[in-house]
Design a protein around this ligand. Structure first.
Ligand code: PEP
Length: 258
């Protein structure tokens, strides 16, 4: 990470875990453990029904609450969907877009792009995910695949708005598998993502955009991953469900800054 030019962000993705009551319990525990002093930005993206409890609990803290998905339309006949202005009104600061688990449910690059544009318009910080399958990695097309996902996801995003976006590199083979990318593998792709952003925008923009790594990041491996120059934080699934583990990851980010 490079704190001189960009933010360090530790973000949790709870997926479909925890009830509103469990959210309150977790947040109360987390509040009591948060490190003081040198902070990185902290985000917790939670199931939609848990957002009010999370926002209420973390109101006086520097932890931003986020959603795990949004709909790109402003309103209308989309049963079960949630619009970006609803998330803002509920107190969200972040929204995860294009997670591989949603892409596996049929979300396309066009959908991701529409959601990124809608989130930015509403004032949310999109955490836009990209990542390759194991098969793609083994056939040597990781760079091309990731570049394509980034270009498609950022289509039509103006330069003044790209600074608000957070990109998360999440190799699909590392998500929820306990198989983490090595720091070198993660750094290599995060650096390539920055190069894609540089070519699309400018060196200044590329230097300022925060790129996270996600995929079995935990309290044991976070320090080494976060020590890489182009990894500006983490998107954390499993380990974000346990306050002690999540706090240790935050501490790893803080230690790397010292
Ligand atoms: C994720 O869901 O984005 C993720 C990285 O999960 P895990 O940390 O459990 O691999």
């Amino acid at each position: 990470m490079n704190r001189k030019y960009r933010k360090t962000i530790i973000a949790g993705n709870w997926k479909m875990n925890k009830t509103p009551s469990e959210t309150k319990e977790f947040m109360t525990a987390l509040k009591g453990m948060l490190p003081r002093g040198r902070w990185c930005d902290i985000a917790l993206c939670v199931p939609a029904v848990c957002i009010p409890a999370a926002v209420r609990a973390m109101r006086e803290t520097r932890v931003g609450i986020g959603a795990e998905n949004c709909n790109a339309n402003p309103s209308g006949a989309y049963t079960g969907e949630i619009a970006t202005n609803m998330l803002v009104d509920a107190g969200c600061k972040y929204v995860i877009i294009g997670h591989s688990e949603r892409r596996a449910m049929g979300e396309t690059n066009e959908d991701v792009n529409a959601k990124v544009l809608a989130a930015l318009e509403a004032g949310l910080i999109p955490i836009m995910c990209c990542g390759e399958t194991l098969e793609q990695r083994e056939t040597g097309i990781t760079s091309e695949w990731i570049a394509m996902q980034i270009k498609a996801g950022l289509k039509g995003v103006p330069e003044e708005k790209i600074r608000k976006i957070v990109i998360a590199y999440e190799p699909i083979w590392a998500i929820g598998t306990g198989r983490t990318a090595t720091p070198e593998q993660a750094q290599e792709v995060c650096e390539e993502i920055r190069t894609v952003v540089r070519k699309l925008y400018s060196s200044k923009v590329a230097r300022a955009v925060s790129i996270l790594y996600g995929g079995s990041m935990n309290d044991k491996n976070a320090y080494e991953l976060l020590a890489q120059p182009d990894i500006d934080g983490g998107l954390i699934g499993g380990a974000s469900l346990v306050p002690e583990k999540f706090v240790k990851i935050i501490e790893s980010a803080n230690q790397n800054a010292e």
